[in-house]
Design a binder for this molecule. Sequence first.
Ligand code: AHR
Length: 692
Amino acid sequence: MRTTHLPKMHLTPQLALFLAVIAAPASLSNAQTSSESGTTNATEAPSVSIPVLQIKADQVTAHVSPMLYGLMTEEINYSYEGGLYGELVRNRSFKANAANPVFWNNVGGGVISLDTNQPLNSALQVSLKLDTSKASAKSPAGIANDGYWGIPVRPNTPYRASFYAKGKHFHGPLTVAIKSRDGQTIFASATVPKISGEWQKYEVTLTVGNVVASKDNQVVISTTRPGTFWHRHGTVWFQQVSLFPPTWNNRPNGNRPDIMQLLADMQPKFLRFPGGNYLEGSIIAERFNWKETIGDISQRPGHRSPWGYWSTDGMGLLEFLEWCEDLHMQPVLAVYAGYSLRQQHVDPGPKLEPYVQDALDEIEYVTGDATTKWGAQRARDGHPTPFELKYVEIGNEDAFDRSHSYDGRFAQFFDAIKAKYPDLQLIATTPVKSRVPDLVDEHYYRSQEEMEAHALDYDQRPRTGPKIFVGEWATRVGSPTPNMAGALGDAAWMTGMERNSDLVLISSYAPLFVNVSRLTGPDHSMQWRPDLIGYDALSSYGSPAYYAQVMFSTHHGDEILATDSQNIPTRDWHPPARRRGGVEQPQPSVQQIRQIFFDATRDSRTGTVYLKVVNELGTPQRVKIQISGATGVEPEGTAIVLQADSLNDTNSLQEPGKVVPFTESVTGLGTDFTREFPPYSITILELKTSGQ
Ligand code: AHR
């Protein structure tokens, strides 16, 4: 709970101690603003308690990690299926439920059921059976699918429909159509004239004309023929019924362009995949078994996600890699390490060997050339060129493994991978003693206050151990996507990571995506909140926290500058009492949390200094900014600002642009100036300096 937002400008004993502690690679920087918003020059006498941020342009403490800002992703909240992955048909392979063809409806007098006697192949051993015997011209019989809470229809757009089918006493024709849910409007249709008695793939293009975009639609495959001339009781079986809109870079099994554009705008440097819990699975048999996620999508069996729904694995290992390729990201490949969520684990030693071999094969699939077994497989799958790979993470959140087997499991993976790939950087998911990992992955899901209270933690971390990957972090405020309070907590936290990115080499917010179509109740689309980017079948939006990340990721230099500060306002925070082993722990003592956060980096080529200032107060803050060690600062610069009127302000499908950054020119800058930072704001000041 928030207490007050009134600034306390005096130095309490706690604050004095706090400030004394944060010396190391230091923090705090400068700022300025447009004349309208209150930049003044040094001749104005600052009030005694005005916050002061000092940037020491002649002291480079370290270099910004070029990989700092990336993405973390897994199948949660309908991230891929019903999200980024372009497929529009839900339960296309009929394996989401073994008893019923869930998400499928019959049309007209058609009777539908699952049939395990007509498998397409050993991966897709069930099919959807349609009894067509009641079909007529007046009442076509067929199957219909509403997609993931709707099938999006966009004007002047071609859709690629495909399915496998075989008929008995039925030769077609079949009509494939995109219709409104009430069946009254047909947006596009095409006919498959003849259906074989053996499994065969059929493909048609459905071209939607100049209509208004909508999502309450369905895809329907139907027939007016009950059977053949000789047998009026026909049956047709379906498998892998698919509908794809145009995709990013026109990849055939590709991604949704609007969401890809949101990601591209973040300029992420890496993608951590495939999880998260999704890597581990609830049980070992439901892990992300990468070998079953490659090749033709009709040969992928799919599996249940630990987040409670089926994945067809249409988004498989190669699709993840191509996603990286499309956005110029490096893969941070998480390999399954012998532990699944419900405490199944594989002991280190001979039993673990097949899993280690799977990881080696996986790395070879990613990086090997066509002379290697798995590199050749990747080439056959359509991508002859190897992918660049630098980071491999061994497992996920193995601190939760109550058998405490991770130290041994990590050592076995580490030794095998380093022996074959000595240049790979290996990431442990929790501290280990058996080996020295290159990086350790730390996860932080926190309230706004906790994020801010910990924003200076990395200033204190010794530089003697492994580097840090903050592989999952988020300020958990707002639902389904973070509000401005979340963005402020995130921004405070990011100033700490950026200022210490000699230690924190890579970082990624989590979770990335949420389908916001049905937030609660049966068949809900959200398993975790908040999530950075929201969407339904038709539209998508970025949260305020998303825009904070766009700002941070796209505006920083390569050098971290030493900083200092005085008179930073603070507020009281009563940390919540924790429970441990079911027992309430004593109430922790009150803490002082800063209300202004900052860091400064510089582009060594241009001399531009990027000063990031986070004002979490609900009042404007006049801040004095002093730059030492530079002969000059040009009077004109730029400010990029994200600001909200309330902590609860947020974006949504209805109001995607309520809280978005704006850019303004600012004047009156120099080596000593004052700027007023708006309430609840994140500001990046670009200052053109000379003479370092
Ligand atoms: O991001 C949601 C989940 O949080 C991840 O799957 C898991 O790694 C963590 O516990």
